[in-house]
Design a protein around this ligand. Structure first.
Ligand code: IPM
Ligand code: MN
Length: 346
């Protein structure tokens, strides 16, 4: 019989609340014969203050054997900036080689957008997840003096770029519009930019049915606002992908509905699914957080594990739930979770 062995990391702030609802919907959507096992891990600010640890080798070993990881959010104002980001989140993404950071954006009917008119928004950003300026390859000299120099070197390997570009082409090929846009800044970043462009063009030859396009990242931010319908699949570097996916979330229903997957396509390590939003300590514990982004991340998780029908049911439930929101009183985190669980079980 089938089973899902899930590592669950609620984390900080609203993480616990949204993960509870994500698991509620997951249990409700799974067929009877699928055995769901969950193991909770206590990473984040509390553990850091208690032990000084963020993510140890033993932790990585313990996570390794699970089928997938569901993460709420990590981060707290009591921990210096960068400690948990580098010591937990990036460490995990790098250790498990999550090189495909998948971030879909879809503006669902009835959902408010700050954009004018009725824009069509239905694209996926494939953000590289293990290289670029995120590798911690840099340094500071003469720190604290007026002659301080800091470098933050972007690492781009032909191997790393090719595998994510190939993944993006395959995803584009599987979608009806079959269009892939490379977003970079190859007019200024002439080393990394040319590597990306050359690899992109080389791989494109193997996907003749996929239409390709190139846009500089600054111009891409304009199009995301003025003409988001031009995008189908976007492939881009780690930092550009970070920035444009926040903008993408803002125009397609907000951070409350933006889902993501940190994917290791080979399956050598478990992939991790998380809402794009952070731990929102200002509203933590009040039942105000929208669990929809986590629930949609659960749909990505299910699709990754081969439960396509169940993933689709969750997405339909979210779509129906969002469509009914306008004009109705705001609901709590658990009320939204209950409503979605009821719909998927329906
Ligand atoms: C995200 C976040 C992270 C990132 C931070 C918290 C390290 O902004 O998941 O987009 O930059 O990748
Ligand atoms: Mn981000």
């Amino acid at each position: 019989s089938r089973s899902i062995d899930l590592a669950v990391i609620p984390g900080d702030g609203i993480g616990q609340e949204v993960v509870t609802e994500g698991l509620k919907v997951l249990s409700a959507v799974l067929p009877q014969d699928v055995k769901l096992e969950t193991k909770e891990f206590d990473f984040g600010a509390r553990r850091y203050h208690a032990t000084g640890e963020t993510l140890t080798d033993a932790d990585l070993d313990a996570l390794k054997g699970h089928d997938a990881i569901l993460l709420g959010a990590i981060g707290d104002p009591s921990v210096p900036s960068g400690v948990l980001e580098r010591g937990f989140l990036l460490k995990l993404r790098f250790a498990f080689d999550h090189h495909v950071n998948l971030r879909p954006s879809k503006l669902l009917p009835g959902v408010a957008t700050p954009l004018a008119g009725e824009p069509r928004i239905d694209f996926v950003v494939v953000r590289e997840g293990t290289e670029g300026p995120y590798t911690g390859n840099g340094g500071t000299i003469r720190k604290g003096t007026e002659h301080e120099v800091a470098t933050e070197v972007s690492v781009n390997t032909a191997f790393g770029v090719e595998r994510v570009v190939r993944d993006a082409f395959a995803r584009a090929q599987a979608r009806p519009r079959k269009k892939l846009t490379l977003v970079h800044k190859n007019n200024v970043l002439t080393f990394a930019g040319h590597l990306w462009t050359n690899v992109f063009n080389r791989v494109a030859a193997e996907f003749p049915d996929v239409t390709t396009d190139y846009i500089h990242v600054d111009a891409a931010t304009i199009y995301l606002v003025t003409d988001p319908g031009r995008f189908d699949v976007i492939v881009t570097d780690n930092l550009f992908g970070d920035i444009i996916t926040d903008l993408a979330a803002a125009v397609s229903g907000g951070i409350g509905v933006a889902a993501s997957g940190n994917i290791n396509p080979s399956g050598a390590f478990p992939s991790m699914f998380e809402p794009v939003h952070g731990s929102a300590p200002d509203i933590a514990g009040q039942g105000k957080a929208d669990p929809t982004a986590t629930v949609l991340s659960v749909a990505l998780l299910l699709r990754h594990l081969g439960y396509e029908a169940e993933a689709g049911r969750i997405e339909e439930a979210v779509s129906a739930d969002l469509a009914e929101r306008t004009g109705n009183p705001a609901r709590s985190t658990s009320q939204i979770g209950d409503a979605l669980a009821e719909r998927v079980a329906g």
